[in-house]
Design a protein around this ligand. Structure first.
Ligand SMILES: N[C@@H](CCC(=O)N[C@@H](CSC=O)C(=O)NCC(=O)O)C(=O)O
Length: 282
């Protein structure tokens, strides 16, 4: 992998890298925050999955996570949100589909299946690359925002043994039943809705063996709350499956990174506790 930049931040470094992805069949860029503790030994990683229209840079520039990550000794890796440099029919026409909108699934439908395999990319290829080349351990936590919150829930519900903890900000909780999800899933996965179940947190949650407790923050003034995000569906599924889930509805907050930045420290502490970096998240 090629280092694109390295910038000091709270005693650590914000770095960006480029590499050729075999999973996605294209070149990709990603961002990483390495806390000062990474100078003397490997540190665990919070994997952050961003939302629609984002690149690897939105979270690093807007969430303000570096100050506390530096104190905790927690690295943060931000993948991009879709394959890049490709030019499939209609790929760049809409902000909620195609480029910037990979939805963290493995596409099965042509022409998307040649590139849009974001689940395998963020759970397998990129962790292997990062863990082989940067001063990090194989201990992982996962979080994300909106489409990335859906991605984080997928990681934790499909392969809970790979993660110590999970959280999400305003996740798309039931993509099979919202306009963003239906649009993406019909193109990437085809029209048979039985094939969507394995990529829908609300449906997956009923069959998991290892139950990672889920922490969610949701803005009460989020314009996408009722039509796209549907945390109530996930809450009902969690009650039926006795899956530990805490959803905190935040009055006065919307869907933006002002909301993410306001509560990111709580999430970092939640993950740091699960990773054994601190004794208590309070
Ligand atoms: N069309 C608008 C709205 C796009 C938007 O709100 N994107 C969110 C994620 S939405 C769900 O996945 C986001 O994180 N935007 C980036 C940011 O830095 O705020 C638009 O294009 O702005």
């Amino acid at each position: 992998m090629e280092k694109l930049s390295s910038t000091g931040s709270f005693g650590g470094r914000v770095e960006r890298y480029k590499h050729a992805s075999a999973t996605l069949n294209c070149d990709m860029e990603f961002g990483v925050y390495l806390p000062p503790q990474a100078d003397t030994g490997p540190v665990p990683v919070l994997w952050w999955l961003s939302g629609l229209t984002c690149t690897d840079e939105n979270f690093m520039q807007k969430a303000g996570a570096q100050r506390l990550a530096a104190q905790l000794g927690l690295a943060i890796v931000c993948p991009d949100t879709s394959p890049r440099g490709t030019d499939l029919p209609g790929e760049h026409d809409d902000w909620d589909f195609g480029s910037g909108a990979g939805f963290y699934v493995n596409a099965t439908q042509a022409p998307w299946d040649r590139h849009y395999r974001m689940y395998d990319y963020v759970t397998k290829e990129l962790p292997a690359l990062v863990e082989a080349n940067l001063p990090v351990t194989g201990q992982r936590a996962v979080s994300g925002h909106s489409m990335g919150g859906h991605g984080a829930l997928l990681c934790a519900l499909r392969e809970p043994e790979r993660y110590a903890s999970v959280s999400a900000f305003a996740p798309i909780c039931h993509p099979s039943d919202c306009p963003w999800g239906v649009k993406a899933f019909s193109h990437y996965l085809g029209d048979d809705r039985n094939d969507w179940r394995a990529w829908d947190a609300t449906q997956l949650l009923t069959d998991v063996d290892i139950q990672l407790p889920i922490l969610i923050d949701q803005g009460a003034d989020d314009p996408f709350l009722g039509e796209q995000l549907k945390p109530g569906a996930l809450e009902q599924a969690a009650i039926c499956a006795h899956h530990p889930l805490e959803i905190r509805l935040r009055e006065g907050y919307d869907h933006s990174y002002f909301f993410v930045a306001s509560f990111i420290d709580d999430h970092l502490r939640h993950h740091a506790k699960a990773l054994g970096l601190i004794a208590s998240a309070d």
